[in-house]
Design a protein around this ligand. Structure first.
Ligand code: AMP
Ligand code: ZN
Length: 112
């Protein structure tokens, strides 16, 4: 756990979140400022700064996260499709430096 990391604090339940899924590897919770009618964030329990710092040792975990998305999307009722986003670094618009996958949907999204 990184003591100054917002998402590590959410993982440790030091900060509340509206969780929709959790297991031993990941947590999925509702984004506090939703940009679509459904806006979820998936984080690994383990702290990784960003996609830019991922290495080969993380590949099983990242593969696990991506392979978990369809189940999360189904459970969230995203039958019409969804968008997944990983913002990376300052230029990529990353605000929280604990890697996370945005899952957005619930209606037709504007072009991005
Ligand atoms: P990013 O810009 O990719 O780093 O995304 C960070 C996301 O975290 C933003 O969409 C924020 O709305 C969201 N966020 C920030 N604080 C919280 C929080 N306490 N609970 C849930 N989502 C949050
Ligand atoms: Zn963290």
């Amino acid at each position: 756990m990184m003591s100054d990391c917002l998402f590590c604090k959410i993982e440790a339940e030091e900060i509340p979140s509206d969780r929709v899924y959790e297991d031993d590897k990941v947590i999925v919770f509702k984004d506090i400022y939703p940009k679509a009618s459904v806006h979820l964030l998936m984080i690994p329990r383990q702290h990784i700064d960003s996609l830019a710092t991922v290495t080969g040792k993380d590949q099983d975990l990242l593969g696990y996260m991506l392979a978990k998305v369809p189940e999360i999307a189904r459970d969230a009722g995203l039958d019409g499709g969804f968008r997944t986003i990983i913002n990376t670094g300052a230029d990529g618009g990353q605000e929280v430096f604990h890697i996370h996958l945005h899952i957005l949907g619930g209606s037709k999204l504007p072009f991005a």
